[in-house]
Design a protein around this ligand. Structure first.
Ligand code: BGC
Length: 726
């Protein structure tokens, strides 16, 4: 029997109780009917679970944050990490993992960018599908967040996002739509912000019209923590579970509203049914073997604290970190010779206390941490000298290890420069402070801390090759030291395996596997959304429309430091024989194939990216958009034929009049490249107009009255003046 069948046996008060939590991390049980509670636990890159009464975080594996994990461009690896997270959740009795976060990096300033995969919606959706599939393969649920348009932390609990429908659907909803369709997550979490004036938690168009009626989603929608402002309105709009609990306060509001006739009991039933379905999926025995599970207030047992496979998961964290490390500049200084006699100066407090993750609800207590200093010392022994270089502030998990009294920043820098001057090569590990990669606040600029910039500038001026390793959860600027660096390697926030991963890549035991999932701009003023950020008087206007990330830089042909999709291997690859086959013209199904050959002398990996452009569209469209990719690993001289299939959706845009995806017939350019700005081959194909008879004829002149174009998604969804009756 499914627990959903219990619905008719529940009283109104019991049904209302299912719609809010019990404390911070549990749903409410109904003991009278033996209905258990479900435990929720924060992700996304590790499990954050309390030990019960003394509220100590249980150690768990700290994998690369989603931003770093996405930089692997490796679906199998993301799925494997998801499965490991699911296994840890199961071991700890957690039924629903609060992740992945799939919000788009609209601006590099967003403090939570480290939790999000990309500036590109297609890649974000792809990562989300792999992650959710992995987590749920372990018999626990994933909760995809934050639905929707939570793209900044400033005033996140009240800001109203003013965005047009096309932009919302083409950029900010795509990943949610794909993950709902392809991975069926158990839950979605609504965001804090408002959209067109209405809180996401009470946004009927978002939670019901789009999510349920259009996409057919059947899982639970959970509120972000304390995101419910008007309980009855949220139930009416389609929110199911309010978190955390309110000790019965809002349950009583639901009961009173039904009794007063202002809330339809059918709305309560619908939400209660979905919560019952969640409880049914989560109950012991419904999925894979789970440790006995614990109830609210219980201490975790010793077995649960020693979670499954800690060693194996640490190795996986290290492998994922290695695959995420992104080399963006290399004069040839890397890889370093592991067996040579060169003296290596390793500089930087973050080599001793690495930045492995960001701050806020995603922060986990790692089971252990491989530091770059230990890993490099183990590999190089006496050849390595270390200097702190700059003061390290709060790094959270290592706070207790930081020396109590440090020399001044000037002294630290002088010592480091003196050490580097005597070395044959310098490796400087720098990064953003924890506060810059944290929930609830955004950055105000893109620079590294001034102490570090000053130090790098001095190191770059020495006659000793300088390798700069940057630990940051989002893009940083690199002036004035960049051109003086012989190599630049980005680690992102790579999790607890970062030390070993970094040593392997620096010393050539592994190829740097990462590619950028966000553009690195030259300056903050170049970035999309910078004008008007973070909004004013409670509103932020997404005036750049669909031109976010590389779509922005490309439409303006603006120079960037490093483009989306970019990253170097220690070998190089040739792309030949691009071929496009139209498999089904009416459906817009096209196969894109290209031969990739390793033309260097080492084994290495590359990410073949497929971009689509519609240069003769009647509407403003990005120059090119990522629509597929394949990661390949090849031995020297090795070659493989890569095929990526495109669908009708990949050539479409959202028609602002009907709020629907449509393909405009004509010529499309399909390109393959190793970044959005390194296209190796392009071809043109012709596809017919979208055959959907309910779509209106596309008007290609300026005869459309401006008032017929909806501007924003408002309280009840977009206004569709001019839309044909369907
Ligand atoms: C965050 C969510 C998180 C929740 C529970 C909120 O503040 O926005 O991402 O899952 O807290 O910790």
């Amino acid at each position: 029997m499914s627990l959903v069948d219990l619905l008719p046996a529940l009283t109104l008060a019991e049904k209302a109780s299912l719609l809010s939590g019990d404390g911070d991390w549990w749903t409410q049980a109904v003991p009278r009917l033996g209905l258990p509670a479900v435990e929720l636990g924060d992700g996304p890159h590790g499990l954050r679970t309390e030990t019960g009464v003394d509220m100590v975080w249980v150690p768990s594996t700290c994998f690369p944050t989603l931003s770093a994990l996405a930089a692997t461009w490796d679906r199998d690896l993301v799925r494997e990490v998801g499965a490991a997270l699911g296994a840890e959740a199961a071991a700890m009795g957690v039924h629903l993992v609060l992740g992945p976060g799939v919000n788009i990096k609209r601006t590099p300033l967003c403090g939570r960018n480290f939790e999000y995969p990309s500036e590109d919606p297609w890649l974000t959706g792809d990562v989300a599908v792999a992650y959710v599939t992995g987590v749920q393969s372990a018999g626990v649920g994933a909760c995809v967040k934050h639905f929707a348009a939570n793209n900044q932390e400033t005033e996140r609990t009240r800001i109203s996002v003013e965005v047009d429908e096309r932009t919302l659907r083409e950029l900010y909803l795509v990943a949610f739509e794909r993950v709902v369709h392809d991975a069926e997550p158990w839950a979605l979490m609504c965001s804090y912000n408002r959209i067109g004036g209405t809180y996401a938690s009470a946004h009927r168009w978002l939670l019901t019209t789009v999510l349920r009626e259009e996409w057919g989603y059947e899982g639970v929608v959970v509120s972000d923590w304390d995101a419910v402002h008007d309980k009855v309105a949220t139930v009416r709009a389609g929110l199911d579970l309010e978190m955390p609990g309110t000790q019965g306060r809002t349950d009583a509001q639901v009961v009173a509203a039904v009794q007063a006739g202002t809330l339809d009991e059918a709305d309560v039933d619908r939400a209660a049914r979905r919560v019952l379905h969640l409880v049914d999926r989560a109950r012991p025995g419904a999925g894979v073997v789970r440790a006995s599970g614990h109830r609210p207030g219980d201490e975790l047992t010793a077995d649960q604290l020693t979670m499954l496979d800690a060693d194996a998961h640490h190795e996986l964290a290290r492998r994922a970190a290695t695959a995420s490390l992104t080399l963006v500049r290399n004069s040839g200084v890397l890889p370093l010779d592991p067996d040579g006699s060169d003296r290596v100066a390793l500089i930087g407090g973050y080599a001793r206390l690495p930045r492995i993750q960001g701050g806020g609800s995603a922060g986990v207590r790692p089971t252990r941490v491989d530091t770059p200093l230990e890993a490099m010392r183990a590999a190089l022994g006496d050849r390595l000298d270390f200097a702190e270089g700059y003061p390290v502030g709060e790094t959270d998990y290592y706070q207790e290890q930081a020396p109590a009294a440090l020399p001044s920043a000037g002294q630290l820098a002088d010592e480091a420069v003196a050490l580097a001057a005597r070395a044959d090569v310098t490796v400087a590990v720098v990064g953003l402070p924890l506060a810059a990669d944290s929930e609830a606040a955004d950055r105000s600029d893109l620079a590294l801390p001034a102490d570090q910039v000053a130090l790098l500038t001095r190191l770059a001026a020495l006659d000793v090759p300088l390798v700069v390793v940057v630990q940051a959860g989002s893009a940083v600027t690199m002036d004035p030291w960049h051109d003086g660096a012989a190599a630049v390697l980005l680690t992102g926030l790579a999790g607890q395996g970062v030390g070993g991963a970094l040593a392997d890549v620096l010393l050539g035991a592994a190829d740097p596997g990462g590619r950028l999932t966000e553009t690195y701009p030259l300056a903050l003023d170049d970035t999309p959304g910078v004008v008007g950020f973070p909004g004013e008087r409670g509103h932020v206007v997404y005036g750049e429309g669909v031109f976010v990330g590389y779509r922005w830089y490309d439409v303006l042909d603006r120079a960037v430091r490093y483009p989306f999709g970019y990253g170097l291997s220690y070998t190089s690859f040739a792309y030949d024989d691009l071929q496009l086959d139209v498999l089904d013209a009416a459906a817009g199904r096209v196969r894109c194939a290209v031969t990739v050959t390793n033309i260097g002398t080492r084994r290495g990996s590359d990410v073949v990216q497929v971009y689509v452009g519609d240069p003769s569209s009647a509407v403003h469209r990005p120059v090119r958009e990522l629509k597929g990719y394949a990661k390949v690993a090849l031995e020297p001289g090795g070659s493989t034929r890569v095929a990526v299939d495109l669908t009708g959706r990949d050539f479409s845009y959202v028609d602002a009049v009907c709020g629907r995806w449509r393909r405009e017939g004509g010529q499309f350019v399909v390109s393959v490249g190793s970044s959005s700005r390194d296209l190796r081959a392009s071809a043109v194909i012709e596809l017919p107009d979208d055959p959907d008879p309910t779509l209106p004829r596309l008007v290609r002149d300026d005869a459309v009255p401006t008032e017929a174009v909806p501007w924003a998604v408002g309280t009840d969804g977009p206004v569709r003046a001019g839309a044909p009756a369907t």
